[in-house]
Design a protein around this ligand. Structure first.
Ligand SMILES: [Zn+2]
Ligand SMILES: [Zn+2]
Length: 229
């Protein structure tokens, strides 16, 4: 599992932080989403100590995905000289939202992903709420798909995992038949054999039941990194 997780929970899972994954490459921290309490966790784990730049890739605007983006940008503005670049395809919407929360200094949201020089990051719109995106990431070290929140398993992601174009897949999952805006585990089970499931990590978990069903079916399960000491 290439990515590490600061939280693995769906919006109402109070046993773990909101789902949030990260990796570091070439002195940069790449982080998917910044839900509630994620800013605290970044600081508690000293994740910024050995990086010069932070690249935040936003999947959509539900609070469990952007809840601590505003305090994070404030913290950087007041206490750090590091560069932060926040990317989201509908950049004006996110900028407006952050301005309404009172961010009163100059900041930019980017939607030109070619500005990320060291790796290729490609957002793809997915069905969840309007303005929801998954990401394909291609880099020297690894290629992977990160689903964000979505009710659909993308054909392209299935194809690329089976052909080896991507090495890993990180997918949200639900075991509730009522959670229509999420991906039911049976959809993943129908698409992948046991060997392929070893390359897939389930994330954005609502409860223990989802975790156990995922494990039983042979997937990796995202694990929240803990603060020591
Ligand atoms: Zn969510
Ligand atoms: Zn959502």
């Amino acid at each position: 599992m290439y990515l590490k997780f600061l939280g693995v929970g769906a919006a109402f899972n109070y046993f773990t932080n909101n789902n949030c994954a990260y990796f570091k490459q070439n002195g940069k921290l790449y982080i998917f989403d910044m839900g509630e309490k994620i800013c605290d966790k970044i600081l508690a784990l000293h994740l910024l100590d050995d990086v010069d730049e932070i690249v935040v890739l936003i999947t959509h605007l539900h609070s469990d995905h952007i809840g601590s983006l505003e305090p994070f940008l404030y913290w950087i503005h007041f206490f750090s000289k590091k560069t932060v670049k926040v990317f989201y395809p509908l950049k004006d919407n996110l900028k407006k939202l952050l301005q309404l929360t009172g961010l009163d200094f100059d900041f930019e949201i980017y939607n030109d992903y070619s500005l990320i020089k060291d790796l290729k990051v490609e957002p793809v719109e997915v069905p969840h709420i309007p303005g929801s995106y998954a990401y394909f990431v291609y880099s020297k070290e690894i290629n992977f798909y990160y689903s964000g929140d979505t009710s659909e398993l993308l054909d392209r992601a299935v194809r690329e995992l089976k052909s080896g174009k991507i090495d890993e897949m990180y997918h949200e999952v639900t075991t509730s038949l009522n959670a229509m805006i999420h991906t039911h585990i049976s959809v993943l089970n129908n698409a992948f054999n046991m060997e392929e499931r070893k390359k897939i990590t389930l994330m954005h978990l609502a409860n223990e039941e989802t975790l156990n069903e995922g494990k039983k079916a042979g997937y990796n399960i995202a694990l929240e990194e803990k603060v020591h000491g």
